[in-house]
Design a protein. Structure first.
Length: 156
C-alpha cells in the first residue's frame, strides 16, 4: 500500500481518469484519515492531475460517440461519477456539439431492428423503452419509430 494518500491517488490516476468523488471513495476504502484525503485531493486539483471537468468531457465524448448513448443517460452517468450537475451539463453539451443525436438514435434503432420495420404494438413499446433507457428524448424516439413502420402503433 502507498504510504500516503497523494501517492496512492496518483497511482490510481495513472491508470485512468477519475473524478474527485471517486478518488475520495477509494482513499476512504484504504482508511486514510479524512484530513489527509482532503489535502491530497486539494493538491491533485491544484496540479490539475485531478479535474472533474476533464473527466466529464472525456466520459461524455466516449459515451456519445463510441457507445451511442443519448443526452439524458450520459448526464445521469456523469452525475453518478460524483461530478456536479453544471459540469456534467456543460460536458454533455460539448459532446453533442460534435455528434448528431438523431444519427445516434437511428443507429441504435438499426441495431435493434436489423433492417426490419416495427412489427406490432408490443415491439413498438419495447423499442421505445429501450431507447428511453439509452437516454434519448421521447418525442424523437416516437418520430424515429413511426418512420420505421411504427406509425400505426404510436398512439397506443
Amino acid at each position: 500500500m502507498a504510504a500516503d494518500p497523494y501517492t496512492y491517488a496518483l497511482t490510481l490516476l495513472a491508470r485512468r481518469e477519475l473524478s474527485a468523488a471517486q478518488i475520495r471513495s477509494r482513499l476512504k476504502k484504504r482508511e486514510f484519515p479524512d484530513s489527509d484525503i482532503d489535502a491530497a485531493i486539494g493538491r491533485l486539483q491544484t496540479s490539475r492531475a485531478l479535474d472533474d471537468g476533464r473527466v466529464a468531457r472525456a466520459y461524455a465524448r466516449t459515451a456519445a460517440s463510441a457507445k451511442g448513448r443519448g443526452r439524458a443517460r450520459i448526464l445521469r452517468e456523469i452525475e453518478a461519477l460524483g461530478i456536479d450537475r453544471s459540469t456534467a451539463r456543460d460536458a454533455v453539451a460539448e459532446a453533442f456539439a460534435e455528434v448528431d443525436e438523431d444519427v445516434l438514435l437511428a443507429k441504435a434503432l438499426d441495431r435493434k431492428l436489423r433492417g426490419r420495420q416495427v412489427q406490432n404494438a408490443g415491439e413498438f413499446r419495447r423499442l421505445h423503452q429501450f431507447l428511453m433507457r439509452q437516454g434519448f428524448e421521447p418525442g424523437k424516439i416516437v418520430r424515429a419509430l413511426e418512420a420505421r413502420g411504427g406509425r400505426a402503433f404510436g398512439d397506443q
